[in-house]
Design a protein around this ligand. Structure first.
Ligand SMILES: Cc1cc2nc3c(=O)[nH]c(=O)nc-3n(C[C@H](O)[C@H](O)[C@H](O)COP(=O)(O)OP(=O)(O)OC[C@H]3O[C@@H](n4cnc5c(N)ncnc54)[C@H](O)[C@@H]3O)c2cc1C
Length: 311
């Protein structure tokens, strides 16, 4: 119920514009968003690197609606790769195909993705394709397959809440790809997705077992200690080499768990979101854990009642 309430609140312009106005200035959004500019994201990434975390830079933005906008995003992604490279940061980039024209021109989207992968390859870096809402899955899989056939340095996210995902993973197996297993972040209907946490978790465990069968490079992307524990059990049982998998978590979330995964010697990649269009992403993080709202409210109230400084 709380989740639905936050979704509802996030559709109210007055609320989101207050958050957007105050979030970066008063600092509460920085808990989950590395900054508005690439420079800020690179500085946060360098700090994570010093703490032995890999990063995946994630440029926050809306779907684009023209080829020019899609090409601009392609340029931004390439700049992100070069930024990581110039600063010798251990990291890659995550891309969203709807930012590269998936809504209106699939050929353009595929070509731009191909260009980004090729540039990353010349820099000896990799890219990961985020999985978006279910309407985009078939097209995303087709583009991913086409690009992965040309460039080995491309990975893809897959969502455990969907009934179809096991089949999709089997379809991709011949490519021996890197697959990032997530629970899934969108609201999908019961006709295509499990609705209960217990069902999603059960499928997450099944898919972990599948991903550790030797045909994939699994990235276990979750903050759920039970899912992490399941993956740890499987990789111990199967004697998986430390270089053959990684854990992934999101910037600012469960930093205690991030630390314990690293302390135990497992590779950990932090998904680092940044960009001026950070508000919808921020609201999604709040909806995942209503307790997060408390510190936002506290910051907003503190801001509202702060005495105005005299000149
Ligand atoms: C690296 C990474 C990449 C992702 N990429 C994608 C993608 O491409 N496509 C996609 O659909 N989804 C993606 N997601 C989001 C994912 O699908 C889930 O929505 C999100 O991770 C929450 O699920 P969970 O596995 O953490 O488990 P949940 O069952 O939601 O949460 C388990 C526990 O994690 C903690 N937790 C979870 N969220 C928060 C939060 N916001 N604040 C504080 N604590 C929290 C809580 O302790 C909670 O009890 C990604 C997630 C990660 C970690």
């Amino acid at each position: 119920m709380m989740r639905s309430l936050i979704f509802w609140v996030s559709s109210k312009k007055a609320v989101t514009s207050t958050i957007a106005r105050n979030g970066m200035r008063s600092g509460f959004a920085r808990r989950f968003v590395a900054g508005e500019t690439l420079e800020e994201a690179l500085a946060a990434s360098a700090e994570l690197g010093r703490a032995s975390r890999r990063v995946s830079l994630n440029y926050l933005g809306e779907n684009v609606s023209s080829p020019e906008e899609a090409r601009t995003v392609r340029d931004n992604y390439i700049e992100m790769l070069r930024g990581l490279d110039c600063r010798s940061i251990d990291g890659n980039i995550s891309i969203k195909l709807t930012q590269l024209g998936l809504d209106f021109d699939r050929t353009l989207c595929r070509d731009l993705t191909m260009e980004i992968a090729a540039t990353a390859q010349t820099l000896c870096r990799d890219i990961e394709v985020d999985m978006e809402a279910s309407a985009y899955i078939d097209a995303t899989l087709d583009i991913f397959e086409a690009v992965r056939k040309q460039h080995q340095n491309v990975g893809l996210a897959v969502q455990a809440y969907l009934y179809r995902t096991e089949k999709d993973i089997e379809r991709l197996a011949p490519l021996r790809p890197k697959l990032r297993l997530v629970k899934g972040a969108y609201r999908e209907p019961a006709s295509i997705a499990w609705q209960k946490k217990s069902e999603v978790d059960a499928n997450y465990r099944r898919l972990v077992d599948l991903l550790f069968d030797g045909r994939f490079y699994p990235a276990i992307a979750t903050h759920d200690p039970a899912m992490q524990e399941h993956a740890l059990t499987r990789l111990r049982e199967r004697g998986v080499a430390a270089s053959a998998y990684e854990f992934q978590m999101i910037y600012g979330i469960r930093r205690d768990l991030q630390e314990s995964i690293r302390q135990a010697g497992h590779a950990l990649r932090i998904y680092v979101p940044f960009g001026s269009d950070w508000c919808p992403y921020f609201m999604r993080r709040l909806s995942e854990r209503p307790a997060n709202c408390i510190f936002v409210l506290r910051s907003l109230i503190a801001e509202a009642f702060r005495p105005t400084r005299k000149a």
